[in-house]
Design a binder for this molecule. Structure first.
Ligand SMILES: *Cc1c(COP(=O)(O)O)cnc(C)c1O
Length: 269
């Protein structure tokens, strides 16, 4: 699949954190930037939750991050998250699944996750609810919205979200917390910001229509390359991996099917 943004993929240089002190320093640096972005927007930085994303990071290094203060972790793939949550059960971390769910993995998610940020179908909602009811658990959820109009991205189209939210109360084990999005993957800040504005505008409209359906009205948006823009546009949760853990050497096309590979020629599997 081709992308119009091949010539302007964002390039970042995130050093690998390999000791507790590296994590302490990286987390502090991210928090400083969160505070500055919040201040620019006239917001209180305490409204912004930092969700560290540990995908691809091995368990030994996750332990160091937890020692440095990470109490919750985001993972994109269910299998990887389930394995890590079992291996690191002694740490008492709160796990958030932030990537697309195949319904045959709903039982696993219902067993270990505290939160699911990529809800975008009735099938997934129904499968999760059934498994959660059986396990006597509940789950915080964000509804994923495709704000970039890229066909390969997961998420509901903005105009589908209202009807979807109206269906969710029947799934009583799901607690709706708000909306989630991935901005377009480009270094063009104008287009990235447009995605965030779109999510906030949608949230505002839905909340005005029916405040009960959208929970806290949270906005999970922003990653290592764009979380400051997201905070300026209203993010209440930023999902930050590489700026805390260091650069990933797995191309993002591995996580986001359809995305073109990085310019270094690394291939998706
Ligand atoms: C990987 C991932 C992130 C974090 O990306 P970084 O570039 O590591 O900050 C955020 N959200 C989702 C859905 C992801 O898959």
């Amino acid at each position: 699949m081709t992308s119009q943004t091949d010539d302007q993929l964002p390039i970042h240089d995130f050093p690998i954190a390999s000791g507790v002190a590296d994590f302490v320093r990286n987390i502090a640096a991210v928090r400083t930037r969160i505070a500055a972005a919040a201040e620019r927007a006239g917001r209180d930085a305490r409204e912004v939750r930092l969700l560290p994303v540990s995908k691809t990071v091995p368990e030994e290094r996750i332990r160091l991050a937890v020692q440095a203060g990470c109490r919750e972790l985001g993972e994109n793939k269910v299998q990887e998250a389930a394995r890590k949550s079992a291996a690191l059960a002694d740490l008492g971390v709160r796990w958030s699944v932030i990537g697309h769910l195949q319904t045959n993995k709903a039982r696993e998610v219902a067993a270990f996750a505290s939160e699911f940020q990529a809800l975008d179908s009735h099938r997934a909602a129904a499968a999760l609810d059934r498994r959660l009811q059986a396990a006597g658990r509940s789950l915080d959820v964000f509804v994923q919205v495709n704000t970039s109009a890229e066909p390969q991205k997961y998420g509901l189209q903005p105009d589908e979200v209202g009807a979807f939210l109206r269906e969710l109360p029947q799934y009583s084990s799901l607690r709706v917390r708000g909306l989630m999005t991935l901005a377009i993957f480009t270094s063009d800040e104008v287009r990235v910001r447009e995605c965030f504005v779109r999510l906030r505008t949608l949230r505002d409209r839905l909340r005005a229509e029916n405040p009960e359906l959208i929970g806290d009205g949270g906005l999970s948006m922003g990653m290592s390359g764009d979380y400051e823009l997201a905070i300026e546009e209203g993010a209440t949760c930023v999902r930050v991996g590489q700026a805390i853990f260091g650069a990933r050497h797995v191309p993002d096309s591995h996580y986001w099917p359809g995305l073109t590979d990085f310019a270094d020629g690394t291939a998706a599997d």
